[in-house]
Design a protein around this ligand. Sequence first.
Ligand SMILES: Nc1ncnc2c1ncn2[C@@H]1O[C@H](COP(=O)(O)OP(=O)(O)OP(=O)(O)O)[C@@H](O)[C@H]1O
Ligand SMILES: [Mg+2]
Length: 154
Amino acid sequence: MPANAEMIDASEAEMAALASSCARQLRPGDVIALHGDLGAGKTTFARALIAALGWRGEVPSPTFTLVQSYEPPDVRVPVWHIDLYRIEGPDDADALGLFETDAALVIEWPERLGARLPHDALHLHLSGSGDAIRRLTWTVPEAWEGRWPPHSPT
Ligand SMILES: Nc1ncnc2c1ncn2[C@@H]1O[C@H](COP(=O)(O)OP(=O)(O)OP(=O)(O)O)[C@@H](O)[C@H]1O
Ligand SMILES: [Mg+2]
């Protein structure tokens, strides 16, 4: 993908490849905000990213647990996979410990955090549903310059 791309249309396999490339760039403390409607493919992206960090097991959707954490040595970088769909408001995130961990955060429904969403988050917006190709657009903060969009996986 050209470094100046502003969007990409991707099949599920292509989206997984992007997530894997992203995983290679991931550092502790990073925040990835995954935006998109129900079924847009947020969990699918997170699954591919966590697998690429080295996780060999299943990656359940955090719909009910809200947080699923993955720690070294099972993964290269500690990462929390978070689904905020069910929280009542930004203050609930305190109880989850999101603002205290050094783990990388991959957050579904990040808009639930309102102004408390870290300002250096990489924002990925997924649109599309069903069997259709998904469109991915993004907003890249300074912390991610040179890391997103990822270079071709070769
Ligand atoms: N890029 C893609 N192209 C086509 N289909 C996709 C793509 N990504 C995911 N899908 C399919 O879309 C479905 C929903 O994906 P997923 O569970 O990841 O959505 P979600 O955004 O996490 O939804 P929720 O808001 O309910 O958590 C899955 O069946 C998956 O196979
Ligand atoms: Mg999901």
